[in-house]
Design a protein around this ligand. Structure first.
Ligand code: NDP
Length: 249
């Protein structure tokens, strides 16, 4: 029996750690070759490449700041050249610089918008050509419940993630006639380095509000992404799957 993503080729940004790593490995497990982009963690990225190769797929890691248009273009051309094409793009790279608005420095605003939102534009625009040429493909953008309902201390991040939701819908409309789906996945609180920076008492308070009574695991987000990237989801576009244990239903 063939795997759902057998023979497909994917780019996952921010694939060296956390949710992006879980997505890269899940796509490979389901049959895809995968290029990951990372910003600084070369060692972690090499581990992900080895894990994917261990699954019998091709893999590469490209050091890329997704906020830089030229570097994003290099990522797309390296991945497409080395994998021999492109079918799936997962825009996952993201950062937080949480502060109440009064204490938020202009650079906290700019860094978060640049990495999370402009990064999606930079990679998607330059990956689109390959997908359009194939007349098939799937783009999955990782947003957040923060972009859906807004979170205190995250004006920059909520704005970037809400921007990704709008970007997803606009791209879905632009690319539907080319047989390319564009969807978003909105995780709630997931156990990664990003949430390790939150104070334990804050996290405990949040957990009390999650109907499922726990924070999520990266693989639980990865499964939703893999589904949206698969041919089983080919008639689903412009949508958002929320993976938050019921926090924002
Ligand atoms: P992590 O901090 O664990 O990992 C972030 C990843 O993004 C790393 O691979 C990092 O690379 C990469 N990255 C950061 N900046 C850049 C950049 N400028 N260019 C390229 N890559 C970059 O984060 P998570 O796994 O927790 O988050 C992944 C995504 O999920 C993000 O978009 C985040 O906003 C979103 N999300 C996370 C939630 C959570 O609770 N964890 C909740 C909702 C959404 P490197 O290793 O080299 O630094």
């Amino acid at each position: 029996m063939s795997l759902p993503l057998q023979g497909l080729k994917a780019i996952v940004t921010g694939g060296s750690r956390g949710i992006g790593r879980a997505i890269a490995v899940e796509l490979a497990r389901q049959g895809s070759d995968v290029a990951i982009a990372y910003k600084g963690s070369a060692e972690a990225a090499a581990e992900v490449v080895a894990e994917i190769e261990g699954l019998g797929r091709r893999a590469l890691a490209v050091q890329t700041d997704v906020g830089d248009f030229v570097q994003a273009g290099n990522l797309v051309s390296e991945a497409t050249r080395q994998l021999g094409g492109l079918d799936i793009l997962v825009n996952n790279a993201g950062i937080t610089r949480d502060k109440l608005l009064l204490g938020m420095r202009p650079e906290d605003w700019d860094d978060v918008i640049r990495t999370n939102l402009t990064g999606c534009f930079n990679v998607t625009q330059q990956a689109m050509r390959s997908l359009v040429r194939n007349r098939k493909g799937a783009i999955v953008n990782i947003t957040s419940v923060s972009g859906r309902v807004g979170m205190k201390g995250q004006a920059n991040y909520s704005a970037a993630k809400a921007g990704i939701i709008g970007f997803t819908k606009a791209m879905a409309k632009e690319l539907a006639s080319r047989n390319i789906t564009v969807n978003a996945v909105a995780p709630g609180f997931i156990d990664t380095d990003m949430t390790k920076t939150l104070a334990p008492e804050y996290l405990k308070g949040v957990t009390d509000f999650i109907p499922m009574g726990r924070i999520g695991q990266s693989w639980e987000v990865a499964k939703a992404v893999a589904f949206l990237a698969s041919p089983d989801a080919r008639y689903i576009t412009g949508q958002m799957i929320v993976v938050d244990g019921g926090l924002t239903m």
